[in-house]
Design a protein around this ligand. Sequence first.
Ligand SMILES: NC(=O)c1ccc[n+]([C@@H]2O[C@H](COP(=O)([O-])OP(=O)(O)OC[C@H]3O[C@@H](n4cnc5c(N)ncnc54)[C@H](O)[C@@H]3O)[C@@H](O)[C@H]2O)c1
Length: 127
Amino acid sequence: MKKVLITGGAGFIAHHLVEFLIKNTNWEIISLDRLDYSGNLNRLNDVMNQFSSIQKKRVKIIYHDLKSELNPWIVSDIGHVDYILHLAAGSHVDRSIKFPMEFVMDNVVGTCNILNFAKTINEKKEN
Ligand SMILES: NC(=O)c1ccc[n+]([C@@H]2O[C@H](COP(=O)([O-])OP(=O)(O)OC[C@H]3O[C@@H](n4cnc5c(N)ncnc54)[C@H](O)[C@@H]3O)[C@@H](O)[C@H]2O)c1
């Protein structure tokens, strides 16, 4: 069974993606999110309500802010993944004009941290 890591899993786009993947695959899903003003676990909860307990068990929630690199505890909590779908982002345009550095940290540094994590997965495969 494939395993996918979805960053920003509690966001608008990603919670629909989680619903789609539960309905259309047998994959295990890990949602990683820091749950800020735009991330809301209730969204995930609302979509999960339609599924059986077996389907619900395919989704695991991890709390992490991607401004920081993924530490060994988070990495071990995630385990091996086959795919990473990176949807964590600062998405509020007006706020990005007011607080640009916050958006550089979330969208540039955060992306770099997830790419570094992806590299470690490939390194493990090669060894
Ligand atoms: N919503 C749209 O119509 C739309 C259209 C095209 C592209 N996109 C893109 O899709 C992506 C997701 O958009 P969205 O509308 O779902 O945004 P959203 O703001 O609803 O969700 C973003 C999620 O990322 C999380 N997040 C932000 N920074 C984080 C960090 N540093 N660490 C961990 N989690 C963090 C937030 O908590 C939130 O749950 C963005 O890149 C956006 O530009 C969105």
